[in-house]
Design a protein around this ligand. Sequence first.
Ligand SMILES: Nc1ccn([C@@H]2O[C@H](COP(=O)(O)OP(=O)(O)O)[C@@H](O)[C@H]2O)c(=O)n1
Length: 414
Amino acid sequence: GRTPLLDAAYGNTAGFLASLSRPANASRIFYGVMFDAGSTGTRIHVYTFIQQGAGLPVLDNEMFHSVKPGLSAYADSPGTAAHTVRTLLKVAKKTVPRLEWKRTPVILRATAGFRLLAPDKAQALLRQVAGVFEESPFLLPDDGVSVMNGTNEGVLAWITINFLTGHLYANAKNTVGILDLGGGSTQITFLPKLRKTIEGSPGADFVAQFEVFNSSHELYSHSYLGNGLMAARLATLGALGAEGLEWRLFSSSCLPSKFSEEWTFGGLTYHLRGASDGNGGYKPCYQEVLTVVQGVVHQPLELRDATAFYAFSYYFDRAVDAGLIDGAHGGALEVRDFKKSAKEACSEMAKGGGGVVSSKPFLCLDLTYITCLLKEGFGFKEGTVLQLSKTVNHVEASWALGAMLDHFYNLKIH
Ligand SMILES: Nc1ccn([C@@H]2O[C@H](COP(=O)(O)OP(=O)(O)O)[C@@H](O)[C@H]2O)c(=O)n1
């Protein structure tokens, strides 16, 4: 919600007069617009910040709006992408006072959907977006429209969550790790407790540094392209990278036996089917999803006794679908809760039941994949507690706020 401070600055004459008599170092309000061009949707975040003294600002308000599908679905009609962005920009015009437009930056970062596109198609889409921003009344910074790399995506989400939970102070020792499950990619980021977590990591793209308050932090962070939930569905079915096939027909023991449907991701349509009667269920499904995780996902040893992880995006959505948490509030659950609901969803599916699986045919597959990713992939114990959140203090749990802070405060992520 809007604070009295914001109303005082813009809403009424008394506030305006008060602001005239404010000392020079009084708090300053500024705005920023961040677009998240995700693989499954496009979202706009309009932030209102208050700068009080030195250091990071206070976030006063976030306006958020999202549309489906993602821009990568328009790879062959970039004009439609421009239209999507132009429509969302109206939210920014309503939220940011007119006098502030020309100094308010508007930025778009694309994620896994764009990383999976042919480079020339991705470039054509980005040019369309940049054209819309240029003709808008907002400020388009250099490099304002680009594809973000996966490591930054994880680091920026970590910065968002730790900023919103109040862990981003100077010399903060207690921080929280993040698990982000997108459509195309999945990210894990945490501040290691053990030196050997960094030393034993598979490579440079598992380690990231950033600076805030003149102090440097070193994080374990990695993005697995192709391990987002939608990409993992395709990979489980053996269909990821099958674009050249004339018949895109795939079957899985993770889908209901009577299931036979067209399914679209990233602008491509696939025909998906369940396994023949009697062959579906948690066990055969787990073996299928294992092929997408095993030998792919690295296990940092210290996660075996990990605490304090926030999980959002599709982790949150599927926990809601499974009835594990309430969609309005989120909540804490254990890794074993995902396993238990995966087993339930898969056995209901195998029985041909008319319960939740009949309206959500992918529930067995999705929950089994999430269970496998957490346990066999990252190596979390079944008793590890995850904090499932869509928002933290009414702000979207996503990399977008971190990216906005990085724009204004140059966090020197590398
Ligand atoms: N602000 C946001 C952004 C994403 N999400 C969730 O994240 C999911 C996938 O994110 P995405 O489409 O950006 O996937 P990637 O392109 O990052 O792989 C969405 O379907 C939402 O469930 C959200 O809840 N709130």
